[in-house]
Design a protein around this ligand. Sequence first.
Ligand code: IDP
Length: 151
Amino acid sequence: MEKTLILLKPCTVQRRLIGEVINRIERKGLRIVGLKMMQLDDAILNEHYAHLTERPFFPWLVSSMKSAPVVAMCVEGNSAVTVVRNIVGATNGRKAAPGTIRGDYSMSGQENIIHASDSIESAEIEMKRFFREGEIFEYPDPLHDFMYAPD
Ligand code: IDP
């Protein structure tokens, strides 16, 4: 089982789409093992988007991500990192395929609904960035065999 980090961005909170996006993630079969609302600040955003500091849109990105709370989630499943990135879709909402979360809910390269870790390594780092020990839960999964028959 793999875990990955998801942020529902301020645009999603403002547009009252939290439930709709979470519904898609759960419907796929991923399990929520951590969930909370957070107000992000410069310190955490400079760290989280360190790979983008030189890009012209960086100041706007930080300001947008601070404009309202986000919903931080940790979800679990087989190949969770890849599965979540696939259902999230391409970065730019106008280019993301229909049927993906960004493809269905975003018209923007910037206000694109959701962040999801892009590798197992970044998922580990990002889960520690947004969740403290004790905020990610382990609990039995009685549906495991229904969700995961052998390939
Ligand atoms: P990702 O969110 O698909 O992993 P990243 O390249 O890590 O993409 O970019 C982080 C966030 O920065 C994007 O989700 C988007 O909000 C914003 N962003 C990325 N590229 C652009 C761009 O070219 N113009 C405006 N905003 C961008």
